[in-house]
Design a protein around this ligand. Structure first.
Ligand SMILES: Cc1cc2nc3c(=O)[nH]c(=O)nc-3n(C[C@H](O)[C@H](O)[C@H](O)COP(=O)(O)O)c2cc1C
Length: 181
């Protein structure tokens, strides 16, 4: 019964990579959220959800809401994976605000939340995502230089490129938390 499961939502693989690293570290099973069968949840005492960030969309967090009846007595972790600098308090507040729209107070009290950084490869984005990023880029360009946030400056500096900020060491606090009784 002392077994962990890592469930992830990931479009371009960064969140999946973190989920795989966690599965290795915790000797856990791993599952794509799209294929999650709620009947298996009973087999695990700890369940981790890896949630890629897409402009306020939180697919893995929604899975916690959907299956909370079966999850509420387990150790629960939700980690977000996005481009934003997770050492910047404004960014974390922004991510948490979006999560709060999905998670109930009861779930918030039960789930431990962590944040890691992924990456982006503009060439490989879907058409929809290319358009979304282009629109964001144009909006930021219209702002005066001194009005831009650090995040927006980084977007301008890296727009169109391939960047990967994935870092296995960012998982240490999650592994630590899951390893404690
Ligand atoms: C259209 C779009 C919207 C995004 N929105 C956010 C966001 O709101 N916050 C963030 O930190 N990263 C955002 N990102 C960056 C992704 O979260 C990042 O690329 C992440 O690594 C994707 O995970 P995946 O590779 O597992 O799909 C966005 C990326 C795209 C293409």
């Amino acid at each position: 019964m002392d077994k962990a499961l890592v469930v992830y939502s990931s479009k371009y693989g960064h969140t999946k990579k973190y989920a795989q690293w966690l599965a290795e570290e915790l000797d856990a099973d791993i599952c794509n959220g799209k294929e999650l069968n709620s009947n298996v949840l009973i087999n695990y005492s700890t369940i981790l959800f890896g949630n890629s960030l897409y402009a306020g969309k939180n697919e893995a967090a929604l899975l916690i809401v959907k299956h909370f009846e079966q999850l509420k007595d387990k150790k629960l972790v939700l980690f977000t994976c996005g481009l934003a600098d997770v050492y910047n308090e404004t960014n974390i507040n922004e991510i948490n605000r979006a999560l709060n729209k999905v998670l109930t107070t009861e779930i918030r009290e039960k789930v431990r939340i962590f944040h890691v950084r992924g990456g982006i490869d503009y060439e490989n984005l879907s058409i929809k995502h290319k358009i979304m990023m282009k629109m964001l880029h144009s909006q930021v360009l219209k702002k005066r230089e001194d009005e831009r946030t650090d995040e927006e400056r980084e977007l301008l500096a890296t727009y169109g490129q391939k960047i990967d900020l994935s870092d296995r060491s960012m998982l240490a606090p999650i592994v630590d938390y899951c390893s404690k009784k």
